[in-house]
Design a protein around this ligand. Structure first.
Ligand SMILES: [Zn+2]
Ligand SMILES: [Zn+2]
Length: 151
């Protein structure tokens, strides 16, 4: 996901989040990363860019974003990652390096994935699904290559 500042501001306004420079900076960081950063990682990246925002401020802002449904928390062990894509999709979580990546194995977009799951469930049950979380665990390509000693 790549969004410019105007688009980020629009997203925050849609969620009725009061605009502050720090909120805009953190939203920009989140919405322009596709690796589901943790609060610690957001902090490190902002520091690298010369931004002085405390860990606690970042924590509070990300939690505010989460409570309004702007971002979604993904828990891996006792580490929390944050995803700006709140439409249900599949995650692959590496047991070695802990990286969280989106698994796009379908030609379809995420809405179609939801439809696919809904159809499957309604075929076998009378339940209506309106949300789902699907995390797959294993070993990622990078770690696999390292294990095999090839690069
Ligand atoms: Zn890995
Ligand atoms: Zn994701």
């Amino acid at each position: 996901m790549k969004l410019d500042q105007d688009e980020i501001v629009k997203l925050l306004k849609n969620k009725k989040i009061k605009l502050t420079p720090n909120r805009i900076k953190i939203a920009c960081e989140l919405f322009n990363s596709d690796d589901h950063p943790s609060i610690e990682e957001i902090h490190q990246r902002l520091l690298k860019n010369g931004e002085r925002i405390s860990f606690t401020s970042i924590y509070n802002i990300v939690k505010l974003f989460e409570s309004t449904g702007l971002v979604k928390e993904i828990k891996v062990g006792n580490k929390s990652h944050y995803d700006p894509n709140v439409i249900p999709h599949i995650h692959f979580i590496c047991n070695e390096c802990g990286n969280v990546t989106d698994l796009n194995i379908f030609e379809t977009d995420h809405e179609n994935l939801q439809l696919l799951i809904n159809n499957l469930i309604s075929h076998y049950t009378k339940y209506d699904v309106d949300n789902f979380e699907l995390n797959l665990y294993g070993i990622c390509e990078n770690c696999k290559n390292e294990e095999q000693g090839s690069d």
